[in-house]
Design a protein around this ligand. Structure first.
Ligand code: ZN
Length: 468
């Protein structure tokens, strides 16, 4: 979501990230040059992601040159690699978040703050999120960042990116950006953050112009919000998905209602970036989604945060407090200004559908629709990395078992991004060694997921520093 509640403004400031990055305090994570990419984790409980449960007994997991090299009974030879005793802890695959905006900021919408991309990327890693899909950001900037992360020039989670959001002229999120952005940023941000297209031909041209950047998916938005926001005509929508499919690129679609979900699936959507946020799924919508085997990133957290912002520091998870700058929490807890009528209507709609959104999760699960896990961070109140922990807690509240929520955030998300042969999202020989070691048992208590002892990225143990 990029809501009237403010993503627009924060999202915009990515152009000034370089300046913000110069004044960094000690980063949340770092990787010393020349860090070994081999190690042995001993005596750990292993999360069996495909089965959504713990493997029997304790294991040693050996990593060599960034890959999992052996998983076996305690006592595996270390071959000289550094060892970590993980007794009492649980080892999970690095978490995967398939709905993020790495160039936004979690400040409330009425605060003008420059997003800090390096800090956002560090926060994802700090919280054990080692792969993210960015579903809306400035282009080409986000594709350049993807390259810098891939080459190791920047430290961050493996980054997949959609780039701009395809929408109708004045459609979501363009209407939000226009409402929030000061005039001197509008001209810069709008054409980079969105592709406003009004005909099938314009749609095809816009997709063709983006393809040289190699977007990992196309992001399309169809959301009338509380009634007055323009949406793409069906033939224009279908032209976008078809142009993507012709190039082997899938489309993931932001929707807000059952009818929008139906239209998106019939128009060629490969996945939904939200379940309906403002109402309960209709039987027809459920049937259409299930019949097309379209996965849904349900995103409970962001709509809860939009509808019912937190009012006390104690409402934040410990891991959220660890990644957030104190001034962000202070700003989020400060009394909001008087909301304009449109924003107030949006907030009421988001708050009013709280229970419906939980029923939607239960319905999708019962219908066998793959439920994927996405935080929608860094929207207001939704902190990078820690937002996925919040989302998983809410999925459990909505009826998933902790194991199912963790499977969504690892194996299911990995397969969505990289197919059946994804080389991450699972602890098995040959997989990429992106790992999270957690004190406790998050398969029994999802809250234990925040008790992170170590994060391993590509076989390298990261140094993690909570804020002082
Ligand atoms: Zn979003």
């Amino acid at each position: 979501m990029r809501g009237r509640e403010g993503t627009g403004r924060t999202f915009t400031m990515a152009l000034l990230v370089a300046a913000a990055a110069c004044s960094h305090p000690a980063p949340l994570v770092s990787r010393a040059p020349g860090t070994a990419r081999s190690l042995v984790l001993r005596n750990v409980r292993v999360f069996d992601a495909p089965r959504a449960t713990l493997a029997d007994g304790l294991r040693d997991v050996r990593v060599r040159d960034g890959r999992i090299d052996a998983v076996g009974s305690p006592g595996l030879p270390s071959d000289g690699a550094p060892e970590i005793d993980g007794r009492g802890a649980t080892l999970l695959p690095g978490l995967v978040d398939v709905h993020t905006h790495t160039g936004s900021s979690a400040y409330p919408p009425w605060r003008v703050v420059f997003p800090d991309v390096p800090e956002n990327l560090a926060a994802f890693l700090y919280a054990g999120v080692t792969t993210v899909l960015d579903l809306g950001n400035l282009a080409p900037e986000v594709f350049r960042e993807r390259s810098r992360v891939a080459t190791g020039a920047h430290l961050g989670p493996h980054l997949y990116a959609a780039g701009p959001v395809f929408t109708a002229p004045g459609g979501h999120p363009a209407e939000v950006l226009r409402a929030w952005l000061p005039w001197y940023l509008r001209w810069y941000v709008l054409p980079r953050a969105t592709r406003e297209v009004s005909t099938p031909e314009e749609a095809r041209q816009a997709v063709a112009a983006l393809l040289p950047e190699r977007p990992d998916v196309l992001k399309i938005a169809v959301d009338a919000r509380t009634g007055d926001v323009p949406c793409l005509a069906p033939e224009t929508f279908a032209a976008i998905t078809a142009a993507g499919h012709a190039a082997g690129v899938r489309s993931i679609v932001h929707i807000g209602s059952s009818q929008e979900a139906i239209d998106a699936v019939r128009g060629g959507a490969d996945a939904l970036a939200h379940a309906p946020w403002r109402e309960e799924l209709s039987p027809e919508a459920l049937q259409v989604i299930a019949g097309a085997h379209v996965p849904v990133v349900v995103t409970l957290a962001i709509w809860d945060l939009a509808g019912t912002p937190r009012t006390a520091a104690s409402e934040f998870l410990p891991i959220e407090r660890e990644v957030a700058r104190p001034e962000v929490l202070t700003a989020l807890l400060a009394a909001p200004p008087t909301l304009d009528a449109g924003t107030a209507a949006f907030v009421r709609a988001a708050a009013g559908a709280h229970d419906a959104r939980r029923r939607n999760v239960a319905k999708l699960r019962a219908a066998g629709v793959p439920v994927l896990a996405g935080s929608d961070a860094c929207n207001p109140g939704d902190l990078p990395g820690a937002g996925l922990h919040l989302e998983l807690a809410k999925l459990v509240e909505a009826g998933l078992t902790p194991g199912e929520a963790l499977r969504a955030a690892t194996w299911e998300n990995a397969r969505f991004l990289a197919g059946e042969k994804a080389d991450f999202g699972e602890i098995a020989v040959g997989k990429r060694a992106d790992l999270v070691l957690v004190d406790g048992d998050p398969v029994a208590r999802i809250g234990d997921l925040g008790k992170i002892a170590h994060v391993v990225l590509d076989g390298a143990l990261l140094a993690r520093r909570p804020r002082p």
